[in-house]
Design a protein around this ligand. Structure first.
Ligand code: SF4
Length: 235
């Protein structure tokens, strides 16, 4: 839907954004797809291996230097200028800013798919749930160092499953322990389909991780994702 066709209140508001850029989707089912990324700032978790700590770790970063408040219509215009058919709203945890996400998703042009990357701890409001084409939900495992009660929120996982447009992507550091934990979560919350991706911030680590989880992923009937942005050195 065109932003111009919307009543003003649908495109009003601002988002706290860390960065926006055009690139290729680096992980998950749409890997390789050209897209516009809107990375929202702030997160409710603190994963030990997080590669976007500039969205939340104020012991290392000054929030006014690594984020800015952006009017949603400005983001909508920026996406339109990219001439892409996919926008990825990511974070941090973008679901902490659902009014802005909803306005953004409602404002993008017809034919632009909206993908949201979320840690799965926040249930979507109905207006947003309707507008998102693909939820890439990444519940965190014990390897994140975050307590179970903070990283696994049953009602939020249930709500994301209920959209019928969610996939579940897990970051794996050690498949010997992580895969059993993923299986338990998949059974407990009926998560499907499952994607696994190796943790790693270097090409060597990602390639070694993919080698390690390739066969175990085949055995479990799961999907395997690389980290294209790490392999290519892109964002
Ligand atoms: S949920 Fe995502 S953004 Fe938040 S700390 Fe964990 S890896 Fe980082």
């Amino acid at each position: 839907m065109s932003a111009l066709a919307l009543p003003p209140d649908r495109v009003a508001g601002t988002a706290i954004v860390a960065e926006s850029f055009e690139s290729f989707q680096g992980e998950g089912p749409l890997t390789g797809q050209r897209c516009a990324f809107c990375r929202f700032s702030r997160c409710n978790l603190n994963c030990s291996w997080c590669d976007t700590k500039y969205t939340w770790d104020w012991s290392q970063y000054e929030p006014t230097e690594v984020s800015r408040r952006v009017p949603v219509p400005e983001l909508v215009d920026w996406i339109a200028e990219r001439a892409v058919d996919l926008v990825v709203i990511t974070g941090g945890e973008p679901m902490l800013q659902q009014p802005a996400m909803t306005a953004l998703a409602a404002g993008v042009n017809d034919g632009v798919r909206v993908q949201v990357e979320t840690n799965g701890t926040q249930a979507p409001v109905p207006a947003l749930a309707e507008l998102v084409d693909l939820w890439v939900v990444s519940p965190k495992l014990a390897n994140s160092g975050v307590d179970y009660s903070r990283r696994i929120v049953p009602h939020a996982l249930d709500a994301l499953c209920a959209t019928g447009r969610a996939v579940f992507k897990f970051v794996v550091t050690d498949h010997a322990t992580d895969f059993d934990e993923i299986s338990r979560l998949a059974d407990d919350f009926e998560l499907n389909p499952i994607w696994v991706v190796p943790e790693g911030d270097t090409r060597e680590k990602v390639l070694a991780g993919m080698d390690a989880i390739y066969d175990p992923a085949v055995e479990r009937g799961w999907n395997l994702s690389t980290r294209l942005h790490v392999l290519t050195g892109a964002r």
